[in-house]
Design a protein around this ligand. Sequence first.
Ligand code: GSH
Length: 210
Amino acid sequence: MTDSIVFFHNPQSRARIVHWMLEESGADYRTELLRFDRNEHKAPQYLAVNPMGKVPAIKHGDTVITEAAAICAYLADAFPAANLAPPVNSPERGTYYRWMFFGAGCVEPAFVDRMFKRPQVDRPGALGYGSYEDTLQALETALKPGPFILGERFSAADVYIGSQIAWGMLAKALEPRKIFQDYVARCGERPAFQRAAAQDEKYMKELQQA
Ligand SMILES: N[C@@H](CCC(=O)N[C@@H](CS)C(=O)NCC(=O)O)C(=O)O
């Protein structure tokens, strides 16, 4: 598809993950900033894009994609020249899916529960992520061979998991173990990450001034 992408963004949100991913993918995109302080994300025009009234979202042609992990996976496939996902049917594809979905299904709720100090449940086995400790252990397993989740090959799974680990440490939802710090530092060396981060700083100023 050759249409340009519309990126619904707020620099103080999970949309930063997608911003980085857009930069990695080489996609042509334009950004629409949504101000939380003016509730622009709950306005009818935006609810027509994402009924959750949340960012990130992208629109590619007539297709809307929401959910940061889904957007990362979509962009990796839509822009194959950037080589951000292993080929379908390759063994690596399984590993890629495994950790991408683990990020969305386990890491995300484990970190958010931790951040909000939500009480432990009686039956952790009924929680998708089991326990915070098990989730961290599994993350370490994913990162240990290194340098990235698929070894030498950087992928969209690193954009997603790397962003979560960075955010988790910042929000004190994740112990700053060395393996996490080193991984985040490696991710931070990506020129695409740096371009998105620099642009996000500008957006933050823009939003503060207006
Ligand atoms: N499951 C969504 C979560 C998106 C999300 O919660 N975004 C927050 C910002 S980080 C948001 O838009 N919050 C505004 C609100 O819900 O009012 C994803 O992974 O993309």
